[in-house]
Design a protein around this ligand. Structure first.
Ligand code: XMP
Length: 517
């Protein structure tokens, strides 16, 4: 079995980054909330090493989170990061106190001694950049530990107990602002814990295929294909695992981008030879959306119509025992919430929620353990075309939410599709596609006056949006140069009949959202 590392989550904003770094080094890991980690779960998971994450609580306060004591009795290496270091020290007989010198952001540590964590990057006497974010600090070490790095605000910036292979760092090695952080983590997982680093996409593919076969047996699986990365990778993987036991249903809402529906059909039916039901439901979706301008109503109608059509097509196929979904790891990590209470719904996202229960199907979710870029790597491994695998995210309700405040009509969809295609073509030609999280055109509900040739025009305005982001939760607008924007505007106005003005959206998220509706 591949080596596994357990990350015990104390609710840090950056716990997922620890997992990213560990996986990038070829070691499989999972994040488990601290209050779910017990002696039994530890034995079950059988980690080769344990990493204790940071967190917002204070070890000094009563009733704050602790690691299960069994973590320190497993005989495997333990690395405590920030809060993780503090709780480890408190639990093993050291002292933690509120600091009078808070450190946030960039800081420097002095390397006080050699340490297995520093191998190949830091040596005794060096001064190294790290990223700190803490108020409390360790003031007395538990028996067996020695100090290996210090900083102004943390006399015990890094500590080591070589005999037990327990290590602690007050700084965050998982963030890029600790330039050697990835190597420090690698030194822990590979050097100290002896993980082999053999977790690759090829290994994952083989392992997942075996798992799917074991789960599905001779059953039938249905998979909703949207043309997006996640569902495409699920379909390709399942096809490899179970061949004709898989049927994919592609519901064409008529709200997709230029050429997208054709690509889905040509890749999956013609190239992969997958059983594919292609239902053109654009008439139905447009009819249901007639006269609707409210964003939430649009979303609800599209979501409900999608489920109806999908269900109808699934029935025609003769039913299935399983529904395959492209659920990703960030959706299944149970995050530790210190705030509590439900969060506000900003937008109701559309998916096939509720379908498995309604149709009495079990779920197959082969991507549950992967982050988005790992899904992309798996897609490439499975032979999906690069432009499909590297595609920007596209919302379920499609172009309907990029025609804000107006009724959706075929004509408007046509205009928007063309403008969007010109914009993306220019982005690709400039080599910027992969640097951008998402880029698209929005058809505005306003007509403006222009002059084209000798005559007056009175046409729609369109807005261009492009953002950078790591997870869609926050975003910054992409800083194109003016010459690029001018070129795109010029082409759109010349080539797309119906648009005579182009604007560029410079709103970040928050306070804006990525989509306009
Ligand atoms: P917002 O607009 O909320 O979008 O900043 C964040 C990310 O989610 C996508 N998005 C959706 N995806 N159904 C989806 O499947 C939806 O209803 C939906 N609304 C927004 C959006 O494109 C961005 O990537």
């Amino acid at each position: 079995m591949t080596d596994r590392v357990l990350i015990v989550d104390f609710g840090s904003q950056v716990t997922q980054l620890i997992a990213r770094r560990v996986r990038e080094s070829g070691v499989y890991c999972e994040i488990h909330p601290f209050n779910r980690v017990t002696g039994a779960s530890l034995r079950d998971f059988a980690p080769r090493a344990v990493i204790l994450s940071g967190g917002p609580a204070s070890v000094v306060d009563i009733g704050t989170p602790r690691a299960a004591d069994e973590v320190f009795a497993l005989g495997v290496p333990v690395l405590g990061i920030c809060y993780g270091q503090q709780t480890m020290c408190a639990q093993l007989g050291g002292t933690v106190e509120p600091g009078d010198h808070r450190e946030f952001g960039r800081a420097w540590v002095e390397v006080a001694d050699e340490c297995a964590l520093f191998h190949g990057v830091w040596s005794k006497g060096g001064r190294e950049q790290v990223w700190m974010s803490h108020g409390d600090r360790v003031t007395a070490l538990p028996p067996g530990f020695r100090v290996v790095a210090t900083s102004e605000g943390a006399p015990f910036a890094a500590i080591a107990d070589d005999a037990r292979r327990f290590y602690g760092v007050q700084f965050h090695p998982e963030v890029v602002h600790t330039p050697h952080g990835a190597q420090l983590l690698r030194n822990f997982t590979h050097g100290v814990a002896g993980c082999s680093g053999d977790w690759t996409m090829a290994a994952f593919r083989a392992q997942e295929i075996a798992k799917v076969r074991a789960q599905v047996g001779g059953g039938r699986v249905i998979c909703g294909l949207s043309g997006g990365v996640d569902s495409s990778v699920v379909a390709a993987l399942l096809h490899e695992a179970i061949g004709d036991q898989l049927t994919c249903v592609f519901v064409d809402t008529g709200l997709m981008r230029l050429g997208e529906a054709d690509q889905v059909v040509s890749v999956f039916r013609d190239r992969f030879n997958i059983n594919l039901v292609h239902r053109d439901a654009s008439e139905l979706f447009l009819a249901k959306l007639e006269g609707v301008t409210d964003p939430e109503r649009k979303r609800k109608i599209i979501g409900a119509t999608f489920i109806d059509v999908f269900e109808e097509e699934a029935r025609k196929v003769g039913g299935a025992d399983f529904l395959a979904q492209g659920t990703l790891y960030p959706d299944v990590i149970e995050s530790v919430s210190f705030i509590g209470g439900p969060s506000v719904t900003i937008k109701s996202h559309h998916n096939v929620g509720g379908l498995p229960e309604r149709m009495n199907m079990k779920l197959v979710e082969p991507l549950r353990e992967l982050f988005k870029d790992e899904v992309r790597a798996l897609g490439r491994e499975l032979g999906l075309p690069d432009d499909m695998v590297g595609r920007h995210p596209f919302p379920g309700p499609g172009l309907a939410i990029r025609i804000p405040g107006q009724e959706i009509t075929r004509d408007k969809l046509e205009i928007l599709r063309k403008a969007d295609a010109v914009y993306l073509e220019e982005i690709r030609a400039a080599g910027l596609y992969d640097a951008i999280w998402q880029a698209f055109a929005v058809l505005l509900p306003v007509r403006t006056v222009g002059v084209m040739g000798d005559s007056r025009s009175y046409d729609y305005a369109c807005a261009l949006r492009a953002v950078t982001s790591t997870d869609g939760m926050t975003a910054d607008f992409y800083p194109f140069d003016m010459a690029f924007l001018g070129r795109v505007a010029n082409r759109i106005i010349n080539e797309v009949k119906g648009i005579n003005r182009v604007t560029f959206d410079v709103t970040s998220k928050p306070p804006g959202t990525i989509e306009w509706e």
